[in-house]
Write a protein that binds this ligand. Structure first.
Ligand code: CTP
Ligand code: MG
Length: 382
């Protein structure tokens, strides 16, 4: 059995707000029509794809590189389907699937079920039960409740044996219909119902785009972690910087920059999440320009690299390991400063401190160690 898919994409998308027709709009980094095309080009039962377009949209579809046949549609969906069917005249597949380009989330399962149903029926479409209570009204006045158990909401792709659908469209004459199953029914064809999917919704209104973006935000983003570790020596001084806060003490941290061990660990953690090496590669200690540099700059650079990679920081957790200074009195200030620097809400920044029970170099008060772990949201395809 050969099978062709016709994607109708010649509409104007008025309800979605006009402007660029909805099938050409970007959805989380990829055009709606390209997403829909992928669903069909990647399905093993589909041999051929026809895309019905409006010639006015050339600027939008010209950039799409896909092995499909492009044909011009008409002023109504029905006219566009007819144009798609006409384009299949020479190819004459056994089956045809007709799908709204504005349904980019159709699953393999939904497509397969329709194709499979065509083995036993001349027409098939995915439907969903109606879950809202329904009322019929006239002139805006409620007049009667409708028994929803009898009703189904129709989705696409709607599948047909080609000959049967061509006959049905011939019988329709010059008239229009909302969808192809109703053309088939009007022609007396037996229409088989398969199970649709709530996710296979049609992008119709601006709210549908918001919903789609929220959905993709969930599926196309992954969470990565990065960790960092750093140590600096303690020596007599009159101040030190720790987690971006100046502490006036009679000892300080020694290093090439301001030696803010907390911010260095955090910078390395962020570089880790971004896959960008470590702080020494970006700011070599041999480079005189970083002498005494404020570690804010290192941190900001790491944040920028993460952003460039399409990432967004989700949280940061820093552990300071030292006998001195006592972190407790400064903890809130450090937390606020780090949150401000990396652009996170307070609740997503945590500063912890621990001693090592007087053991080791931190126990002997020779230095301060810091660990940091961050989580970042990143695009899945890099
Ligand atoms: N369609 C088409 N040709 C038309 C009208 C619609 O190919 N003359 C397509 C649309 O591009 C869409 C599908 O049919 O993929 C479903 O139609 P609908 O959701 O109504 O899309 P639009 O007509 O573009 O939107 P609107 O009605 O809000 O203007
Ligand atoms: Mg329309």
């Amino acid at each position: 059995m050969s099978c062709a898919a016709i994607l109708v994409a010649a509409g104007r998308g008025e309800r979605a707000g006009g402007g660029v027709p909805k099938q050409y709009r970007d959805l989380a980094g990829k055009m709606v029509l390209e997403r829909t095309l992928e669903r069909f080009l990647g399905h093993p039962a589909v041999d051929d794809v026809v895309v019905v377009i409006n010639p006015d949209d050339a600027a939008f579809f010209a950039g799409i590189d896909a092995p499909v046949l492009w044909v011009n549609g008409g002023a109504t969906r029905t006219a566009s389907v007819r144009a798609g069917l006409a384009a299949l005249e020479s190819r004459r597949p056994d089956q045809v699937l007709i799908h709204d380009a504005a349904r980019p989330f159709v699953s393999d399962r939904v497509i397969s079920d329709v194709v499979d149903a065509l083995a036993d029926a001349p027409a098939a479409l995915p439907v969903l039960p109606v879950t809202d209570a329904l009322l019929a009204h006239a002139d805006g006045n409620m007049c009667e409740s409708v028994d929803r158990d009898r009703l189904r909401a129709a989705q696409t792709p709607q599948g047909f044996r080609l000959d049967a659908l061509l006959n049905a469209y011939e019988k329709l004459g010059e008239a229009s219909a909302h969808d192809d199953a109703s053309v088939a029914l009007a022609a007396g064809l037996e229409v088989h119902l398969t199970l649709g999917e709530a996710g296979n919704f049609k992008l119709t209104t601006p709210e549908d785009f918001e919903r789609a973006e929220a959905l993709l935000g969930k599926t196309d983003m992954i969470y990565v972690t990065g960790q960092g570790f750093d140590v600096h020596r303690l020596e007599p001084s009159d101040h030190m910087y720790l987690c971006g806060v100046r502490l006036d003490q009679d000892f300080g941290l020694v290093g090439h920059s301001d030696a803010d061990v907390g911010l260095h660990a955090l910078t390395d953690a962020i570089l880790g999440a971004a896959g960008e090496g470590d702080i020494g590669q970006h700011f070599p200690p041999t480079d005189p320009q970083w002498r005494g540099a404020s570690s804010d700059r290192f941190l900001m650079h790491a944040c920028q690299l993460l952003k460039n990679a399409g990432g967004a920081l989700v949280n940061a957790d820093i552990t300071l390991i030292c006998e001195r200074p006592k972190v407790g009195p400064y903890r809130d200030e450090m937390r606020a400063r780090v949150a401000e620097l990396v652009g996170l809400p307070l609740a997503r920044v945590n500063i912890k401190a621990t001693t090592t029970e007087k053991l080791g170099f931190t126990g002997r008060r020779e230095g301060v160690a810091a660990q940091a772990i961050v989580t970042a949201r990143m695009p899945e395809d890099v």
